[in-house]
Design a protein around this ligand. Structure first.
Ligand code: KIV
Ligand code: ZN
Length: 387
């Protein structure tokens, strides 16, 4: 990996499955994992092996079948979890153990009910145990963005010394703003010994709607792995939507100067598959993969796009695997949009006939949010305007 490459870590099968209301079978996870492989993600977090026998089985099945990407299993910083993670992934071509533990006072005191020194020891012992099994070890201090920064530096230093090869900074509760997160990443890079020897990763949740922005801010500061889920699935309000992160890096290469190994033409197909299998619909106005992402409704926009697509489109729909943009005919459409659609339908009207058809069309459009091709054919037939 060059310094200009951002590792795409997909956790749809682990954090994505933590979306309340989603539960995936091993077969469903395998189908998604095969598609993630086609998409070209670098790491698939296949599950949390110690969490249930079913999850163990799914992680193991993916590790045995999906050979190109790194296959990771999550584990708490307790030794039996680390052992279970290893047992599930040991047949992978490129296994990774991902260990995590709370690092913020609020979680250490109120949830773990331990003292910070004990937690530090658990973190280090677990990284060491993971390292005894495999070279590729990721460490995450959970709730890192609400963690005392000096304690965080020490924990990260200890994890690196114990053998972690990726240090992941989770914004577990989606609390920070992009400029704060960027500053925290900068401070970590400046103050943690040997941080430049490992991959710096981020894992952002979307409670305040900042997950993608925070991930990108971290990339701007040098993070070289981004974790997220397809369609922004994940615990509570979800994780960073990977398709948004990927297309932002692609579209604004001028700004970030980085690339990924993703085949962006597989994005739409992946999003649909995940939506169909999980039963979680994608909202129509969702960036990149929503049904309206490449549909134009206003007359001014339609006129612009007909003259030159780039007037109102910053991405080519084909770049995400969607065949073409679409002009939606409705009350905001103008003559240019109507003429273009009638031409497509085989009605080549002169200006006078177009003006008359436009009037009829506008009357209809006031009664219907979208005038379909069938509506237009009926409208033209009833007016005997078949050219
Ligand atoms: O959000 C989080 O902190 C996590 C960790 C387990 C990485 O999902
Ligand atoms: Zn998470």
């Amino acid at each position: 990996m060059s310094d200009d490459n951002v590792i795409i870590f997909d956790t749809t099968l682990r954090d994505g499955e933590q979306s309340a209301g989603i539960g995936l079978t091993t077969q469903e996870k395998l189908v998604i994992a095969r598609q993630l492989d086609r998409l070209g993600v670098d790491v698939i977090e296949a599950g949390f092996a110690a969490s249930s026998p079913g999850d163990f089985e799914a992680v193991q099945a993916i590790a045995r079948e999906v050979r190109r990407p790194v296959i990771a299993s999550l584990a708490r910083c307790v030794l039996p979890d680390v052992d279970a993670a290893w047992n599930a992934i040991k047949d992978a071509e490129r296994p990774r153990i991902h260990v995590f533990i709370s690092s913020s006072d609020v979680q250490i005191m109120n949830q773990l009910r331990k003292n910070p020194e004990e937690v530090m020891d658990m973190a280090i012992a677990s990284v060491e145990r993971a390292k005894s099994y495999c070279d590729d070890v990721e460490f995450s201090p959970m709730d890192a963005t609400r963690t005392d920064i000096e304690y965080l530096y020490k924990m990260l230093e200890g994890a690196i010394a114990a053998g972690a090869t990726t240090i992941n900074i989770p914004d577990t509760v989606g609390y920070v703003m992009p400029w704060e997160f960027r500053e925290r990443i900068r401070l970590i890079k400046e103050n943690v010994p040997n941080i430049d020897k490992v991959t710096l990763s981020v894992h952002c949740h979307n409670d305040l709607g900042q997950a993608v922005g925070n991930s990108l801010a971290a990339v701007a500061e040098g993070a070289r792995q981004v974790e997220g889920c397809i369609n922004g699935l994940g615990e509570r309000a979800g994780n960073a939507a990977l398709e948004e992160v990927i297309m932002a890096l692609e579209t604004r290469k001028d700004l970030y100067g980085v690339s990924t190994n993703v085949n962006t033409r597989q994005i739409y197909r992946t999003s649909r598959l995940v939506s169909d299998i999980t039963g979680f619909a994608v909202q129509p106005n969702k960036a990149i993969v929503g049904a309206n992402a490449f549909r134009h409704a206003s007359g001014i926009h339609q006129d612009g796009v007909l003259k030159d697509r780039t007037t109102f489109e910053i991405m080519d729909p084909q770049s995400i695997g969607w065949p073409s943009n679409e002009l939606v005919l409705g009350k905001l459409s103008g003559r240019a949009g109507l003429r273009s659609r009638l031409d497509d339908l085989g009605y080549h009207l002169d200006q006078e006939n177009l003006n008359e058809a436009f009037e009829l069309f506008k009357n209809l459009a006031d009664r219907k949010p979208e005038v379909t091709n069938a509506d237009l054919v009926a409208l033209m037939s009833s007016q005997r305007r078949i050219a």
